[in-house]
Design a protein around this ligand. Structure first.
Ligand code: SAH
Ligand code: ZN
Ligand code: ZN
Ligand code: ZN
Ligand code: ZN
Length: 511
């Protein structure tokens, strides 16, 4: 049996493909809205329900909002489950152990000390992903350590740190230079003075670099990200350790106030939110979070009818899902390129098509796409489109979503991918070599028909809840054993100090 959370994307993508009958997991609303969700190290958990063949199972469960891999957070609790005091205490202890090894204030303090050091004493441990002060050197003596860390390197932490791309939780896909530069130029052309960067560390640093290098463009940026490593490089007013799946600020009220002040500065004028969430994540909890950030911005508004400008960067096949939550959004044709994503980065020869787009509530006519990259203005659509995206007179739009020329199907009454043909059994256009039963031929992860799981542009969400269920059962049978070991329940007491340390580093990196 496949695990429910493996299927996160399937359910989401059905919105865009309109196919039914598959199964997956979806976010549910608690029976008792007043009951607070249990906490995992990543803040309040979310309530999920498994859906099979369109039907919701009755028993719902809480799981981590942020981690799609139970190796990173194995929180699991049935909605109706009552935990013993001992288990609750063990959980609290576990949550505390998962806190980052340094407080936010300590990080800032260390950073200030670090920049005072002469160049020759500025070291960075690659193994621990940490800036070292002289007092730390001994501990990292046997690690690979970079020396002579220049100010220019400190200003580009996304190049110093390795991207957490194997970590499903973080799934860090960094913008290629030209996409990042395009975004910065666009933000400045549109006249924004403040950018709330939610999960966009590389954009954040480029904005700050541009601002310090050029007096004319003085855009401020605040980064909200779950990757705690970034807190070594920024003061409190430019980085908050944050979970965008549950709007959780790891450093509590002080951090929330930093964010609020940033959004509400100048009565909320001149600010935009730019976000590039991990694609394996669910759209709904993201939408809930973004609405909370919008509400925070609105509190500071004098007149009530304006919208907070937003760029939400996400694959095109989530269009209908995003527009369901944000009807005023439209999808731009610009293809966002990444540095470290095998599938999205354009090759040396010509460009590989990236499926990632910008969704925005800014009128598309205001957004000029670079003609040198082959975009052109369509006067009928009043927007910039890919050069091969031709205006279809039947659809009355430049109908391609993926940058290739699409063909109009009169039976489907819409344009379809060039490789598709109309199947009279399925009664819609699809890939020619399919078995007429629907999604099982498509991608296991996202449900799209034109690729298999191995090529899925979604970050493969992994086995989770079912394993968690299994683990839960296993845990129950171990429980007696555990709880009799006084004061050590739920703690893996047998692990060696070394292993513990490694786990701690791991947690530090992933929290
Ligand atoms: N293209 C962007 C990076 C996007 S990768 C850039 O180049 O700036 C996704 C980012 O979201 C990563 O920085 C990752 O650390 C962050 N992230 C992942 N899960 C998150 C969560 N639950 N809350 C907040 N940020 C998260
Ligand atoms: Zn968690
Ligand atoms: Zn080290
Ligand atoms: Zn058409
Ligand atoms: Zn058709």
């Amino acid at each position: 049996m496949a695990a429910p959370r493996d299927q996160l994307g399937v359910l989401e993508a059905q919105g865009s493909s309109g196919r039914q009958g598959s199964w997956g997991v979806k976010v549910a609303f608690p029976s008792d809205p007043a009951a607070p969700a249990p906490l995992c190290p990543h803040g309040p958990t979310l309530l999920f329900v498994k859906v099979i063949q369109g039907k919701e199972e009755t028993r719902r469960f809480y799981a981590c909002s942020a981690c799609r891999d139970r190796k990173e957070c194995n929180f699991f609790q049935w909605e109706d489950e009552k935990l013993s005091e001992a288990r609750l205490a063990a959980r609290e202890a576990h949550n505390r152990r998962c806190l980052p090894p340094l407080s936010r204030a300590q990080c800032v303090d260390r950073y200030l000390k670090f920049i005072e050091l002469p160049l020759t004493q500025r070291k960075f441990c690659q193994r621990c992903q940490q800036l070292l002060l002289p007092g730390d050197w001994e501990k990292h003596r046997e690690h690979e350590v970079l020396g002579d860390i220049a100010v220019s390197q400190l200003k580009r932490p996304s190049q110093l740190l390795y991207p957490l791309e194997n970590k499903k939780t973080n799934a860090q896909y960094l913008f290629a230079d030209r996409s990042c530069q395009f975004l910065v130029d666009l933000l400045s052309t549109l006249g924004f003075r403040r950018v709330l960067c939610v999960g966009t560390p590389r954009l954040h640093e480029l904005i700050r670099l541009t601002a310090s290098g050029d007096k004319k463009s003085n855009i401020k940026s605040l980064l909200l990200d779950i990757d705690f490593r970034y807190s070594q490089f920024y003061l409190e007013d430019s980085f908050c350790h944050y979970n965008m799946f549950n709007h959780h600020f790891f450093d509590g009220k002080a951090a929330l106030e930093v964010c609020r002040a940033f959004l509400q500065e100048d009565k909320g004028e001149g600010v935009i939110m730019v976000t590039d969430p991990p694609f394996g994540g669910l759209v709904e909890p993201l939408a809930v979070t973004f609405k909370k950030l919008i509400a925070m911005w609105k509190e500071g508004q004098s007149q009530g009818d304006k919208e907070l400008p937003i760029f939400w960067i996400f694959p095109y096949f989530f269009e209908s899902r995003i527009c369901q939550f944000f009807p005023s959004f439209s999808m731009l044709d610009y293809q966002v390129d990444y540095d470290n994503h095998a599938l999205y980065k354009h090759g040396k020869t010509g460009r590989k098509q990236s499926p990632v787009r910008i969704f925005t509530n800014i009128p598309p006519s205001k957004i000029i796409l670079p003609t040198e990259e082959g975009y052109r203005f369509c006067p009928l659509c009043q927007r910039y489109v890919s050069s091969e995206n031709q205006h279809c007179e039947h659809c009355n739009s430049c109908s391609s979503k993926d940058g290739r020329k699409w063909n109009h199907c009169f039976l489907c009454k819409k344009c379809v991918k060039p490789s598709w043909t109309h199947c009279s059994t399925c009664d819609h256009c699809t890939v020619p070599d399919h078995s007429c039963e629907g999604p099982k031929d498509g991608c296991y992860i996202c449900g799209e028909l034109d690729h298999k799981r191995s090529n899925c542009p979604n970050i493969p969400a992994s086995r989770r809840a079912n394993k968690a269920v299994r683990k839960q059962k296993q845990r129950k049978s171990n429980k007696m054993k555990m709880e009799t070991t006084k004061g050590q329940s739920m703690n893996h007491t047998s692990v060696t100090t070394r292993k513990k340390r490694r786990e701690r580093t791991h947690q530090y990196l992933c929290s």
